[in-house]
Ligand binder design. Structure first.
Ligand SMILES: [Zn+2]
Length: 310
């Protein structure tokens, strides 16, 4: 059986999996990312990741190619990283070619959120849809667009920076990691929920614990999650007005709070879209157990010799 190595590079962990062409994850590991410091050089990043890949690939035959989802902006499907917001020293790095030379296998590298959209479109809730948007609610908020069955990157890979839509123009709005204020990510990412709860209660706990607290009647926890859901619905409404896309999928840690997020999200979405779109937008939670990014990277690896996913 022909398989590929799929990789999802996150801020704290690197996930690696052997995936079949049917999208089955045959074997997977998660290893701590040792490059979470911001000042990592391209050489250091490449050698750290390449050795993690080689350790995992040891003695595995039939791996035909490698697909990598990476947090950064890529020039089309070239594998060239133009920049990465959290790793500022990395600019214009041909990650695809560098990994391919070291690992002696064809390698494709693409934006992590776009990989998640591709995974959802190929193997998840978006299967068969001509157009869809996938949103990831994790440490940050990412999104990927599938347009006419194909992934859309924009001119230089910065399309769909959904987490940085301004949903609160107030001067005192929360500050985002991008340097602006009032971004969706500053309210509705898992880390934003964690910091808001800590600011209000003095207690730091994970997003899933905050969700549990809200179910148990904690008003502060519930209010933070309801605000996150309301802003998320408002942001989706703005995107829908531009693109007229009717199908949205959502994954990531905070999507675990779905029973609280979903009703208020839909309420704010439907109250803000233009009349022809009211009641026409479907928003569903991913059923891929947060593997959409890995599966999208695998889909790209299987299509490596073709022009994107045509
Ligand atoms: Zn921002």
């Amino acid at each position: 059986m022909i398989t590929v190595l799929a990789v999802d590079v996150g801020g704290t962990n690197i996930r690696l999996a052997i995936v079949s062409d049917k999208g089955e994850i045959l074997e997977a590991v998660s290893t701590p990312a040792h490059f979470s410091k911001r000042n990592i050089s391209a050489e250091e990043l490449l050698s750290t990741l390449a050795s993690a890949f080689l350790d995992f690939l040891d003695n595995k035959a039939n791996v035909a190619a490698i697909g990598i989802g990476f947090p950064g902006f890529f020039l089309g499907n070239s594998g060239v990283l133009s920049s990465s917001p959290n790793l500022p020293l990395l600019k214009e790095v041909d990650l695809g070619k560098a990994f391919s030379n070291t690992l002696e296998l064809p390698v494709v590298v693409q934006n992590d959120a776009l990989c998640a959209a591709i995974g959802e479109h190929r193997f998840g809730a978006g299967m068969g849809r001509p157009n869809m948007i996938h949103i990831t609610l994790g440490t940050g908020i990412g999104a990927g667009l599938i347009l006419n069955y194909l992934p859309y990157t924009g001119e230089d890979g910065t399309a769909m920076e959904f987490g940085h839509l301004c949903i609160n123009p107030d001067d005192h709005a929360r500050v985002c990691g991008c340097g602006n204020t009032g971004c969706l990510e500053a309210y509705a990412s898992a880390s934003a929920v964690v910091s808001q709860f800590e600011e209000k209660s003095g207690i730091r706990m994970e997003a899933k614990e905050i969700y549990q607290h809200s179910l148990n009647g904690n008003k502060q926890a519930k209010e933070i999650l309801l605000t996150a859901g309301a802003y998320l619905g408002a942001a989706i409404a703005e995107v829908v007005k531009i693109l007229d896309i009717r199908y949205i999928t959502i994954s990531g840690g905070l999507s675990g709070a779905w029973p609280i997020l979903y009703p208020i999200l839909m309420k704010h979405l439907n109250s803000r879209v233009i009349p022809p779109l009211k009641g026409k937008i479907t928003v569903v939670r991913s059923q891929l157990d947060d593997n959409s990014g890995l599966l999208g990277a695998a889909a790209l690896a299987f299509n490596i010799n073709q022009d994107f996913l045509k």
